[in-house]
Design a protein around this ligand. Structure first.
Ligand code: GTP
Ligand code: MG
Length: 173
């Protein structure tokens, strides 16, 4: 079992390709109200959780709500792929603005499994190359996460580790 230490007040960024199990992990470990998902925010601003052209507005709104929650001292989880440095930088910035520790939890499953899961979903219609690009972005992310300002970077490799993970909250004071 991997025990993941998470400060009791943190901004938790889930990091992983589509189909890695981020939303499933978020549902298992956090209350629905603690989880801000890019899909939900795309739906809020554009009536369509897959409308990529709505991403900029969706993330603006997500960051705004994250800031409100952190200011109120509430643990917040961002369920998005978070594979791009600029996406993660925005989260580190929101966390710092509110004196909250940013933490990353990376879910890394074999690309073939992520593809199998993604293909099985009616609400995911992108092609194999898009997933391959996400995998490359994930590989690249490994060397970058710590120096981007994440206080902790937890990496779960494979379904077994992901399913066995437990969170342990650290008191801050
Ligand atoms: P995107 O939202 O597309 O980025 O994907 P995601 O990373 O949120 O993946 P999601 O949690 O939606 O998982 C996709 C599918 O994989 C789920 O519908 C489950 O069927 C399966 N799955 C996810 N996590 C697990 C897991 O830990 N164990 C098993 N057995 N299946 C999982
Ligand atoms: Mg998801």
């Amino acid at each position: 079992m991997s025990v993941l230490d998470v400060p009791e007040l943190a901004l938790v960024a889930l990091v992983g390709v589509s189909g890695s199990g981020k939303s499933t992990f978020a549902r298992r470990h956090f209350a629905p109200s603690q989880v801000l998902s890019s899909d939900a925010f795309r739906a809020m601003v554009a009536d369509d959780e897959n409308d990529q052209s709505a991403s900029a507005d969706a993330f603006d709104a997500l960051h705004y709500v994250a800031g409100k929650r952190l200011r109120a001292g509430r643990l917040t989880v961002v369920d998005a792929t978070n594979l791009q440095p600029h996406a993660r930088a925005a989260l580190v910035r929101v966390a710092r603005e509110h004196d909250v520790l940013p933490v990353a939890i990376v879910l890394d499953v074999p690309e073939a499994l992520a593809w199998e899961r993604t293909e099985a979903r009616a609400d995911r219609t992108f092609g194999r190359q898009v997933l391959a690009r996400m995998s490359r972005d994930l590989r690249r992310s490994y060397g970058q996460l710590a120096r981007e300002g994440f206080r902790k970077v937890h990496v779960l490799r494979g379904v077994e580790q992901i399913e066995a993970a437990e969170l342990r909250y650290e008191r801050l004071f």
